[in-house]
Design a protein around this ligand. Structure first.
Ligand SMILES: *Cc1c(COP(=O)(O)O)cnc(C)c1O
Length: 405
């Protein structure tokens, strides 16, 4: 890890992982696509492979093979760790590969039980519910975590704000209830710009880097920010199972981090404005927008949610989130389809819910598109500006907090 003194997040975003470039005579980050590296000293390589097998720590000296380590990806890992305020970070081929590695690292120690709080991202819910990796899950609400923990519990898994309801969890309280069991917080929605879960006691901070870290809808990746010891375990799992991030993806994710603070601030301001307009609209029955802010807005409509999806023109009707352009999708049909209907309902994912990832477009253009789409979903509606402003029942409904999740 780099040893520079603590700098502000905006500074870290553009400098972390790049501190050696000037000394190398470089400005842009070098992209190393090598799968293997020449070495005439196989005794030294044997020593370094033994060291990696013992702790999983990053290799000292030159790389050996791309499944062990890659210098470009390592720059992204260094930068993410600095932004999250953790000792280390480990990158994976996708967010799901990152979550799988966390589960495998714990179950390799015989700790196969997981305690988790709904809602989670649909595929995370599915991975835990299916037991595909040999784990067993107990679903609970935040207040039930302490009671759900068993001697073989290896992880507590939460998301805050959660996908897709934007429900928030008090991480400090939950971390306390976890005791010695590591708390994994999925920070994909907030990003370190809005929330640094490690400061609240989460030992493991998970990202689908596909979303805001990449930020342009063109990179699939995952990452875990954590302490050095757990990072070592994750590197060993990554080496053994092979879900490495491609170096070009590592390059693009590092580049994405540089603009993460400005993108998050700009998109959050627009999202807050759209959330307020939706809350004042009679065609909308509920709006979920997190206390900590962010670029995600979820809302429930009185009319047909599928007609809203079919009615947008500027906004892209697509799953995923965190890009520079605005996306909207129907969780019950798409992102959370793999979650059984009953479990979706338990997690607050109603059939009327739409999830919108707000991008960097002008707020007025986005509202005009939403307004038209809402009208097509609710043909009998008088439209905006007909008493919506003075209807107190339409005021922004705060996202549910820990005691009601
Ligand atoms: C998308 C997502 C994931 C999974 O990430 P992939 O990169 O698609 O594998 C995990 N958690 C959350 C909150 C997500 O939104």
């Amino acid at each position: 890890m780099e040893t520079t003194q603590r700098r502000a997040p905006a500074t870290e975003a553009v400098h972390a992982g790049r501190d050696d470039l000037a000394a190398l005579g470089l400005h842009a980050v070098p992209l190393d696509l090598s799968t293997t590296y020449p070495s005439r000293d196989s005794r030294d390589e044997a020593r370094r492979i033994d060291a990696f097998a013992a702790t999983g720590a990053r290799l000292d000296g030159p790389p050996i093979y791309a499944r062990v380590d890659n210098p470009t990806t390592a720059r992204f890992e260094t930068a993410l760790a600095r932004l999250e305020g953790t000792q280390d970070a480990v990158a994976f081929a996708s967010g799901m590969a990152a979550l799988s590695a966390c589960l495998l690292a714990r179950s390799a120690l015989g700790l196969r039980h997981v305690v988790a709080v709904r809602p989670l991202y649909g595929s995370s819910d599915h991975l835990l519910s299916s037991g595909l990796l040999g784990t067993e899950v107990t679903w609970t609400d935040p207040a039930g975590i302490a009671d759900a923990i068993r001697p073989d519990t290896g992880l507590v898994v939460v998301e805050t704000p959660a996908n897709p309801t934007l429900a928030e969890i008090d991480l400090r309280a939950v971390a306390h209830d976890c005791g010695s069991v590591p708390l994994l917080a999925d920070n994909t929605f907030a990003t370190p710009v809005l929330q640094r879960p490690a400061e609240s006691g989460a030992r493991i901070v998970l990202h689908s880097a596909t979303k805001y870290l990449g930020g342009h809808g063109d990179v699939l990746g995952g990452a875990v920010a954590c302490d050095e010891e757990f990072a070592g375990a994750l590197r060993q799992v990554r080496f053994a199972t092979g879900a490495v991030l491609h170096p070009l993806a590592g390059y693009l994710l590092l580049r994405g981090l540089a603009t993460l603070p400005v993108r998050m601030r700009a998109a959050s301001a627009t999202a807050a404005e759209l959330a307020a307009r939706l809350a004042a609209d009679p065609r909308v029955s509920a709006v979920h927008y997190p206390r900590i802010g962010g670029a995600m807005v979820s809302f429930e409509v009185h009319g047909d949610p599928h007609a809203v999806i079919g009615g947008v023109r500027l906004i892209t009707p697509a799953v995923s989130l965190g890009s520079v352009d605005t996306l909207i999708q129907h969780p019950a049909s798409i992102s959370h389809r793999v979650v059984p209907a009953g479990a979706r309902a338990d997690g607050g994912v109603s059939e009327q819910l739409l999830r919108m990832s707000v991008g960097l477009e002008d707020p007025a253009d986005l509202w005009a598109d939403l307004d038209t789409a809402l009208a097509s979903a609710d043909p009998g509606d008088p439209g905006p500006g007909h008493g919506a402003e003075d209807n107190p029942a339409r005021r922004l409904k705060e996202t549910r907090t820990s005691d009601s999740a």
